[in-house]
Design a protein around this ligand. Structure first.
Ligand code: MRU
Length: 317
């Protein structure tokens, strides 16, 4: 088994370790994944999160399970449970389907395929970054929502990978970071990543984007995606649709960046994308009455007519 390392996980013959993203930015706490059931818990609890990463992490969890001596039947049944850990990001299903589609589920074949999934994601991030960075001009102020950086992928990320590449190319950019209620992936994780990369940024509450766009302070929006339907509708973190509506009103270009594995040709339109509903307490955040009913979809769908372009690793839609 190869040694593989990304910002969010490490895998080598001694085990699979993941950075617990729930504890960021205050603590960089690593957890050793015990088995596929443990990976399901880590994914559902959002210790491991972000569309490409949950696919890569699930594949590597299966590789370690195969390495530990699990037979083909045990691999098949654990894969099927892992595949259903979260319903919206199609990358999880795509990665597990790659494993289940192997002619034989042996230790060597599962390990090799999981390693190939990791390496393909690294290359995909690089290709997205190159294509996307060409859309950014020196001096742009860019809004992003949720987290789409090195913590959501094996490589440098999707939307944030594009911003990173533009910064590396010497373009002077400023990033406005939506805090991203209810779980604050923007405030906790994107701001942390941008700080580490030395990229100039400002954190805002989600409800401040309109005001900034109204003042002409945002030139472009870049976000990631959890699933892209065949017609070009895009599911991403809840609140993305609202940002797209604002961008359309203010004539600000709105770009989505994702690996090809996020494109689901079997899903005709956004209406067909299953949207994960999460616990009420995430929205109450310890502040609202526990008796109030809560609506907490983890994702929303942005219709294609609000999207200027979708940057994939093999081209732009
Ligand atoms: O619930 P999360 O934190 O897993 O949601 C993540 C997002 O919505 C990201 O924006 C998305 O996965 C795209 S980044 C590749």
């Amino acid at each position: 088994m190869k040694s593989l390392t990304s910002l969010a996980l490490t895998s080598d013959p001694s085990g699979l370790r993941v950075l617990d993203q729930r504890r960021l930015p205050h603590e960089e706490h690593w957890v050793t994944c015990r088995d596929p059931e443990h990976m399901i818990e880590l994914i559902q609890g959002l210790a491991v999160r972000g569309a490409p990463l949950i696919g890569v992490a699930a594949a590597l969890a299966m590789a370690h399970y195969a390495e530990s001596g699990a037979n083909a039947e045990a691999i098949r049944s654990a894969s099927t449970r892992l595949r259903a850990a979260r319903p919206t990001a199609v990358n999880l299903m795509a990665a597990i389907d790659r494993l289940l589609g192997l002619p034989e589920l042996t230790k060597d074949s599962v390990v090799r395929e999981a390693e190939a999934i990791f390496e393909a994601d690294v290359a995909s991030c690089e290709a997205q970054a190159e294509l996307g960075a060409a859309l950014i001009s020196d001096g742009d102020s860019i809004l992003t929502h949720c987290n789409a950086g090195g913590l959501v992928a094996a490589g440098i990320g999707t939307a944030l990978g594009v911003l990173r590449r533009a910064h590396e190319q010497g373009k002077r950019i400023h990033v406005y970071v939506d805090e991203t209620r209810p779980l604050l992936q923007g405030a906790r994780i994107t701001a942390w990543e941008l700080g580490k990369l030395g990229i100039d940024h400002t954190l805002i509450c989600d409800n401040m984007a309109a005001s900034l766009m109204g003042q002409g302070k945002i030139q472009k929006v870049f976000v990631g995606a959890d699933r892209i339907a065949k017609n070009g509708d895009v599911a991403n973190k809840i609140g993305t649709y609202g940002v797209a509506v604002l961008a359309h009103h203010h004539r600000v270009p709105f770009y989505v960046v994702a690996p090809r594995t996020t494109f689901d040709s079997g899903c005709p339109s956004g209406k067909d994308i299953p949207i994960e509903q999460r616990a009420a307490d995430e929205v109450r955040a310890g502040k609202a009455p526990t008796t109030s009913r809560v609506y907490n979809p983890a994702f929303d769908v942005t219709p294609r007519e609000l999207i200027t372009g979708i940057v994939l690793d093999d081209g732009m839609l």
